[in-house]
Design a protein around this ligand. Structure first.
Ligand SMILES: [Zn+2]
Length: 240
């Protein structure tokens, strides 16, 4: 296995008005990403700490301007900050609707949303639109083109001898002629290979702890192979 030098979070990338900051992407702990243009604030994978990181980065007013959340899958390290983010918006009396995109079958996100509604529904100052993605169909928000794509993310089965496919997607974002491909968590798969190729930035997980783990996550070699087809790339979700 090739060794990749580790760099410290956050990872930042910017081309003109298209900006992304990966606060962190630590397997089993937390992921949190801000995507920003001159017209919008998006969040990708609101893991634990996202509210703290955003508060420091953009402050209260801009936090209320976040219009869309893109969730790759329901594992706790990718959604652990959702509850506090949603609650904060209510405490600050947000009025604008908030869109949450997630893969079809993402029961963790639906359960969180349901529980949140049970607690705060009657006094909620804003509307939450839960948008289930069941097709790899491009849509547009605030001038950003978003193309979701299905990836191959698995988790160990309870018997520990096999693995189970879980609903998981990546997203390709395009703004002002620049593209960012975020694969989420996935083993090596054709959809990610295709979407990452030619992107200005590819964000690729390299979460496999060994070659034996390659049905769950990508090895360094696999992640680098994909990353090198993009203009630039970050390796994320690298185990300690
Ligand atoms: Zn995962």
């Amino acid at each position: 296995m090739r060794k990749v030098p580790k760099s410290k979070y956050p990872f930042v990338w910017q081309k003109d008005d298209f900006y992304i900051k990966i606060f962190c992407s630590i397997p089993n702990i937390a992921v949190g990403i801000l995507l920003k243009t001159d017209k919008s604030y998006f969040i990708i994978d609101p893991g634990d700490g996202i509210l703290r990181d955003l508060n420091k980065e953009i402050g209260t007013d801009k936090l209320l301007q976040v219009s869309d959340l893109f969730i790759s899958h329901g594992h706790h390290d990718h959604v652990g900050g959702l509850w506090s983010f949603l609650t904060y918006q209510n405490v600050m009396r947000r009025t604008k609707p908030l869109n949450i995109y997630y893969p079809k079958g993402g029961v963790e996100i639906e359960s969180l949303h349901k529980a949140f509604n049970n607690v705060y529904g009657k006094e909620l100052s804003y509307k939450i639109n839960l948008i289930r993605i069941d097709k790899a169909k491009t849509f547009q928000r605030k001038g950003v083109k978003i193309k979701p794509f299905f990836v191959n993310h698995r988790e160990p089965a309870p018997d520990n001898n096999s693995s189970v496919l879980i609903p998981s997607i990546g997203f390709k974002f395009e703004y002002d002629g620049k593209t960012i491909c975020y694969g989420g968590d996935t083993a090596y798969c054709d959809s990610l290979v295709q979407m990452a190729e030619g992107s200005d930035l590819a964000i690729i997980e390299a979460g496999a702890t060994s070659e034996d783990d390659a049905d769950l996550h990508m090895t360094f070699d696999q992640a680098i192979e994909i990353g090198e087809t993009a203009g630039e790339y970050f390796l994320v979700h690298v185990p300690d």
